[in-house]
Design a protein around this ligand. Structure first.
Ligand SMILES: Cc1cc2nc3c(=O)[nH]c(=O)nc-3n(C[C@H](O)[C@H](O)[C@H](O)COP(=O)(O)OP(=O)(O)OC[C@H]3O[C@@H](n4cnc5c(N)ncnc54)[C@H](O)[C@@H]3O)c2cc1C
Length: 477
């Protein structure tokens, strides 16, 4: 059994582990070891479907020290006019570049790929190499960093939880293109091709957009939607000065909605009226919100799918029958089912981020996963003890229902208030490329009275929103 040592051992070389490592490297002299059971850095992006893209602008995703993308705007497709969204391939190439050109090139980082983290006791971690099964003991001089809090499930690694009868054709989004091409072997087969999307999360929406953009007729598609979702309007997430009114003016409207809403449903309807939130079916009241972000064009496209099945989750698929929690639907025998039912967002329960001998990076501003990981690393490297670190970084719970949005916003804002009181931290954030709107607001010229007025309105409405949030969080009678 071989022995190694390190200052920080990071478990998970996904976006969280890499963003944490990158900032820790910049802000300390520490030696860092990353361990991951996968071969390549990038976490779940390794198993993503070919047509996946970021749903937020590339401009503020990834690690702090290296820009992702070129800051251009898309000129075609449903994101036209908005800042570029990296494809899955681009995200993977970017994370490989981060690993080789930033982390390993520093001489202070070791990456143990294909290695299973087995456990941690008395400052020593045990790992097992995937290829030869060799166990290692790693002495950790400072802290273990458990970067597995989010670890989203993806269809490629999470088989369906429903029964599939003999002869039923199903694929994950990864296999969709080749299965769809096989249906086009003859013009008759192509004409008869039927698709059924299972699930209503962001992956299912991406599949719907992909099918329609690939020329599949909307009436050839069924869509099983167990729950409808509110969606963030991507226009409101744009970082450039040209979008100041959409982004910061949008924040003002969102805060005003939270300040004036009488209950959570009323809040989301106000957010929709203000252009902040979108929903695919305007006649159905969504019950889910997971920060999925779409453009208005994508939502308009998805509205063309009319055969929407709202009978709960699928429990079984038989050759000509779909069995759901609340009913059965007759289906064409040639239907190709697309499994999008893995729950991409199922984070573990919140726990203190800074613990004796351990850091568990979590959201400190929803929904920015990589910004949050970088903040946790900066705070770890800069502040003296766990109490002062935890004071700055209350974990933001990921929303479970609609009220969860209010709670997540509330905790994100309370963190922001504490950050604003710390001049050095404020200045670090202003320089962070991951901070979404931070650089945008910091670069408003003192002569631009319109933008300064919007920033003042934001402060005023945010205070009013915080005052009203407890009322929105009261259980409904
Ligand atoms: C399709 C899709 C699109 C998304 N788009 C965005 C977006 O646009 N913006 C955004 O902010 N977020 C987005 N997300 C959310 C996403 O969760 C985060 O951006 C981020 O990629 C999560 O990274 P992670 O490191 O936390 O988890 P993961 O990527 O799951 O990484 C965790 C790593 O831990 C490793 N691991 C786990 N257990 C062990 C063990 N015992 N031993 C060794 N290794 C282990 C795993 O192999 C994995 O590589 C998206 C998610 C999905 C699924």
């Amino acid at each position: 059994m071989a022995s190694l040592d390190t200052d920080y051992l990071i478990v998970g070389a996904g976006a969280t582990g890499l963003a944490f490592a990158d900032t820790l490297l910049a802000d300390s002299d520490a030696h860092i070891t990353l361990v991951d059971r996968r071969d390549q850095p990038g976490g779940h992006w390794n198993g993503a479907y070919p047509f996946v893209r970021l749903h937020q602008p590339s401009a503020f995703y990834g690690v702090n020290s290296l820009p992702l993308g070129t800051g251009r705007k898309d000129t075609s497709g449903h994101n036209a006019g908005l800042y570029e969204l990296a494809s899955g391939t681009e995200v993977m190439a970017y994370f490989q570049q981060v690993m080789s050109q930033r982390l390993l090139a520093s001489g202070r980082v070791r990456f143990l790929n294909l290695t299973e983290f087995m456990g941690f006791e008395s400052g020593t971690a045990t790992t097992r190499a995937g290829l030869n099964g060799a166990q290692h003991h790693i002495t950790v001089r400072q802290k273990l960093v458990d970067a597995r809090h989010f670890s989203p499930n993806i269809p490629a690694t999470h088989p369906p939880q429903f029964k599939v009868g003999a002869g039923v054709r199903w694929v994950t989004p990864t296999g969709l293109a080749s299965a769809a091409l096989a249906s086009r072997a003859s013009p008759e087969a192509a004409h008869a091709a039927r698709y059924c999307i299972l699930g209503a999360g962001k992956t299912a929406m991406d599949v719907g957009v992909w099918l329609l953009e690939s020329g599949v007729a909307p009436d050839s598609i069924h869509w099983v939607v167990p729950r409808d979702s509110w969606l963030i309007n991507r226009r409101t997430t744009q970082p450039g000065m040209a979008f100041f009114e959409d982004a910061i003016g949008g924040q003002v409207k969102a805060m005003q909605a939270m300040a004036e809403a009488t209950n959570v449903d009323d809040l989301f309807e106000r957010l929709e009226a203000a252009g902040q939130m979108l929903r695919i079916d305007r006649n159905t009241r969504p019950t889910m919100f997971h920060y999925a972000t779409m453009s208005e064009g994508e939502v308009a496209l998805l509205r063309r799918i009319q055969q929407v099945i709202r009978l709960g989750r699928v429990t079984a698929i038989e050759p000509e029958l779909l069995v759901l929690q609340q009913g059965r639907v007759a289906m064409h025998p040639d239907t190709l089912y697309i499994h999008c039912t893995a729950s991409a967002v199922r984070p573990r329960a919140s726990e203190p981020i800074f613990q004796p001998g351990k850091v568990v990076p979590q959201l400190v501003r929803a929904p920015l996963v990589t910004f949050s990981a970088a903040v946790c690393a900066h705070v770890e490297a800069t502040y003296p003890d766990d109490a002062s670190k935890n004071h700055l970084c209350t974990p933001v719970p990921f929303p479970k229902g609609l009220a969860g949005y209010v709670r997540s916003t509330q905790v994100s804002m309370l963190n922001q208030v504490r950050w604003n009181q710390d001049k050095a931290l404020r200045s670090w954030m202003r320089d962070s490329r991951l901070d979404g709107f931070g650089q945008l607001t910091a670069s408003v010229p003192p002569t631009d009275t319109d933008k300064l007025a919007l920033l003042a309105a934001l402060r005023e409405q945010a205070a009013a929103a915080m005052a009203n949030a407890p009322k929105l969080l009261e259980p409904t009678p």
